[in-house]
Ligand binder design. Structure first.
Ligand code: AOF
Ligand code: ZN
Length: 378
């Protein structure tokens, strides 16, 4: 803690750790954290706790006051440019100015139309010292989906699978059990489902596993469930069709299948399922992503099976990868080998979950979107 830059990084890392607590609760908002420091003491901490809830800066100012401490003259560390608009909450810039904060250190700007430097400018105009760029790459890596969607209008694509040591997605004999990984690993994967606004599977996964594809517990999240079903083979008693009012269902199919199976289409529509008609080849994921972008969906989770995952990877659509590895090699007892081709995870993290290993990271594409930072930043 000798250089001033080191001190700034120290507090910004604290703010980033607070921001991380919002992952799975705030999307499609960014996860944001804030620390207020006065005379070398942390006097307030805050983070954005949920979509529609108070912003990190407001939480941190409240935290100061709860303790009877005055934030006037303090330095605020915040992981994203403070907002200056009226959204679901009021502008943070107004609260910061009113609290007479002396300096605001920001990790990264907010490229949204309603911000994009305007929040920083308002603070400067009010005589507050503003510094931008401390831990910028970390801050952008934390909210890759937010930055991608704001900057490109395209959803962030997460691909998740569970495999054996030898890369098999399933056990060949269904009577030997449906799952490769433990209940603990499967529970862990629900964090991902809560983060995303759309969960996508291929029809074979519906036919073989009959998944619900809901986040459990859902904590108020209601992702749309998407089935890639070019031949319209989805059975009317599939569990995915049970709770369509709460968790919508979109079936991606083709014109010939719609024409051939009109009675089924009608019954599915009566249940509340929606249809998207697209090309009858692997380009259908591309047209699905176009549709999801139109619906302002920021994060998409592709969950299986092997064929859909392979084509998403081969088409270069994935930004983020999560894989769960069960401690077993299946050999002839396995099926559906994943074969991801060349793939190096950037910014990887992993740990043991129950008996399984969880490994996650970004593809080159996802990583580059995040760390594309101007040269003069730390
Ligand atoms: C901040 N601090 O903690 C967050 C910010 O609808 P609202 O009012 O919640 O505003 C959401 C927008 O505000 C979001 O799109 C992003 O631009 C910014 N998020 N800003 O100053 C925060 N979460
Ligand atoms: Zn705000």
């Amino acid at each position: 803690m000798d250089r001033p830059g080191r001190v700034d990084e120290y507090y910004m890392k604290m703010a980033l750790a607070l921001a991380r607590r919002g992952i799975g609760l705030v999307e499609p908002n960014p996860a944001v954290g804030c620390v207020i420091v006065k005379a070398g003491q942390v006097i307030g901490r805050g983070w954005h706790r949920g979509f529609g809830k108070a912003h990190a800066e407001v939480e941190a100012l409240r935290d100061c006051r709860r303790q009877g401490l005055d934030p006037a003259g303090a330095t605020m560390y915040v992981t994203l440019e403070p907002c200056c608009h009226f959204g679901k909450t009021g502008p943070c810039t107004k609260e910061i100015i009113q609290a007479r904060i002396a300096k605001v250190v920001v990790a990264t700007g907010d490229p949204s139309g309603h911000a994009n430097g305007a929040g920083l400018e308002i603070l400067r105009q009010a005589g507050i010292e503003v510094q931008v760029g401390v831990c910028q790459a970390q801050a952008r890596l934390l909210n890759g989906p937010f930055f991608k969607f704001v900057q490109t209008g395209r959803p962030w694509v997460i691909v998740k699978w569970a495999q054996s040591i030898d890369g098999m997605l399933a056990i060949a004999d269904p009577s030997a059990g449906r799952y490769l990984t433990s209940q603990a690993a499967r529970n862990h994967a629900h964090i991902l489902r809560r983060r995303t606004q759309a969960i996508v599977v291929g029809i074979n996964t519906v036919l073989q596993d009959d998944p619900l594809l809901t986040p459990r517990p859902s904590k108020g999240r209601r992702p749309i469930r998407v089935v890639m079903d070019r031949g319209l083979r989805i059975p009317l008693d599939a569990r995915i069709l049970l709770d369509v009012k709460t968790f919508p269902v979109l079936i991606c199919t083709t014109r010939p299948a719609m024409d051939d199976r009109q009675a089924i289409v009608q019954q599915l529509q009566q249940r509340g399922a929606e249809f998207l008609v697209g090309p009858d080849d692997d380009r259908n994921i591309g047209s699905l992503l176009d549709e999801l972008a139109r619906r302002s969906i920021q994060q998409v989770l592709i969950e299986g099976g092997a064929r859909l995952i392979r084509s998403a990877l081969q088409a270069g659509l994935a930004d983020e990868i999560h894989l769960y590895i069960a401690p077993i090699s299946l050999g002839n007892a396995g099926k559906a080998r994943i074969e991801p081709g060349y793939l190096m995870l950037r910014n990887p993290t992993g740990r043991q979950v129950g008996p399984d290993v969880w490994l996650s990271g970004l593809t080159d594409q996802g990583y580059n979107l995040c760390v594309d930072i101007p040269k003069d930043c730390p």
